[in-house]
Write a protein that binds this ligand. Sequence first.
Ligand SMILES: [Zn+2]
Length: 325
Amino acid sequence: MFPTRRMRRVRSRTIQPLLCETTISKNDLVAPLFVDETASAPVPISSMPGQFRYPVSGIAAVVQKFRDRGIRAVLLFGIPAHKDEGATAAYDPQGVVQQAVRNIKAACPDMLVITDVCACEYTSHGHCGIVGDSRCSGPDLLNDESLLLMNKIATSHAEAGADIVAPSCMLDGMVGSIRAALDTAGYEEVLILSYSTKFSSALYGPFREAAESGFSFGDRTTYQMNPANGREAFLESQLDADEGADILMVKPAGPYLDVLADVATLGLPVAAYQVSGEYSMIKAAAERGWIKEKETVLETLTCIKRAGADLIITYFAYDVCGWLS
Ligand SMILES: [Zn+2]
């Protein structure tokens, strides 16, 4: 019996482009950027070749360069000069992110500015909020105390001009709490992009060098999710949707495409974060000549989009925009 359904008919070279289901465009991409209050010139990040920590004074020029290449959105992380137990630099009106937002908005008003809302770069212990003794597990991140901190950080970013705030601390109730704080302060037009399903991943390793956000004790498994849990991953995003998140997120991206496809069924826009480890693995293999960088990057991004991502946060954003031009 010869097959009547010949799949190769739809793969002829002439028809291939017409039947392509998923295409990456510049509008899909968000570029993460590190702004360092202690830097006076761009500082290369050794574990992330091609990435830098930029000084506050130079960030607007960098973003202008990204805009000229067609990137419409950046996600900012700050590295402050001062860290303490309460992460006070994170909500300082003159803080590193607040200054960076104002500089970017002055130079490049149509760039969509997203700010990471967390405390791990600002606390002396490196955890994502206020730490204290928990009932059963010793020193740990205190949930409701940390929510008040996140409200202050998010509001200060909105005040500086951020279009979207992106809480990444995986606290219970963080979206509802921040939404109420923003609305009370008159920032009801500021969106919340929630890191709604964020796994406790080994792939964040290079980021910790980039953002100086390593922790001095314990780990983050009491707030970030176990990579083994898919149903819990869906519930985390569902709760944030119920609390008023405008955009959901799955982080990391590539190894979690099943979760991404699930979360996309909630009906809200979904972002996927191709994280530092995903970036550095491709870079390292490409440097050794083991894989082709451009082909690998475009394949990973296409698959992330196919799985359901409306936005992809990727350190390759600038390069991809060059390739697509
Ligand atoms: Zn954090």
